[in-house]
Design a protein around this ligand. Structure first.
Ligand SMILES: [Fe+2]
Length: 289
């Protein structure tokens, strides 16, 4: 049996609706949800963090209202993780564990409350695990010992149709972008050691605003591009160029090519238009520890 996830990330919605670059974040989200309306057989909608650009309750509510309406029409769950822009308190106020059923009710089977959170739920035999990888005030991410130990205990028993892990910070990077090298999950090796040889089918992430695939301990890792913007890697490696063009991924699990990932790009006449160009040469954190 196939299992299809609509994977969104980095909605960056704010209380005002506009981000610091003047992008209409609500319109970007609405555009990709509208253009995803023809995708059939979606079993779950996932948002892997940077839900609210300003960490606000209002930003979280703006996303929950729109993604929740999409999920309700499909009668499928909607699941969220935190990102580095999110505030844990505001996130928990709006999303609780992050696992909501199509009515908006909490349905996580188990969770740890952190400060670094984690939660798990089951849908059609697929186990969905969310990990909160944010470090307040930092761009890169980490997982705590408590999260990793909890995950190891969980994965000791396989799920009927396998497991998906969702977190904001990717445990993979490309060497051509200094920003991407520095900004990912810094304890990727520890995560890899825990998921190696388990029933984890895919690790789904956001954060880079860039479509990217790799593997961790032999398990496919997918980074979906941002909804609010995407990073254009044609820029020189010391620059980060953000461009318009809301995107999402359809993740197909359980079929003959599982996991298969394909992209949706919103039909935005402004797609590709530059939003920002940041020189990272002098940023002290662009040095991986
Ligand atoms: Fe982001």
């Amino acid at each position: 049996m196939g299992f299809r996830i609509l994977h969104l990330s980095d909605t960056h919605v704010t209380a005002s609706g506009f981000d610091e670059y003047g992008v209409n974040t609500i319109s970007a989200l609405e555009r990709i949800l509208h253009d995803a309306r023809h995708v059939q057989d979606i079993d779950l909608v996932l948002v892997t963090g940077d839900v609210a650009d300003d960490g606000s309750v209002e930003g979280c509510l703006g996303v929950r209202e729109r993604v929740g309406a999409f999920a309700e029409r499909r009668a499928v769950p909607h699941v969220y993780t935190t990102g580095n822009h999110d505030d844990r308190t505001a996130f928990a106020e709006v999303f609780g564990s992050g696992h909501l059923d199509h009515r908006g009710d909490q349905y996580a089977d188990a969770k740890i409350n952190g400060p670094e959170c984690a939660a798990v739920s089951m849908r059609d035999g697929v186990r969905i695990v969310t990990l909160d990888s944010l470090i307040p005030g930092q761009t890169h991410g980490r997982l705590s010992t408590a999260q990793l130990e909890w995950l190891a205990g969980l994965l000791a028993e396989p799920a009927p149709a396998g497991t998906v892990i969702a977190l904001h910070h990717p445990p993979v990077h490309v060497s051509t972008s200094a920003f991407v090298v520095a900004a990912g999950l810094h304890d990727a090796a520890q995560l890899g050691a825990i998921i190696a040889g388990t029933d984890v089918m895919a690790v789904l992430c956001g954060h880079y605003h860039l479509q990217l695939s790799g593997n961790l301990a032999g398990i496919p890792v997918w980074v979906t591009p941002g909804v609010v913007t995407r990073i254009d890697l044609t820029a020189p490696g010391h620059l980060v160029r953000g461009v318009k063009g809301a995107s999402a991924t359809v993740v197909d699990l359980g079929g003959p090519f599982s996991p298969a990932f394909h992209l949706l790009h919103a039909r935005d006449p402004q797609a590709g238009q530059e939003v920002y160009l940041v020189d990272t040469s002098d940023l002290p954190w662009i040095r991986r520890d």
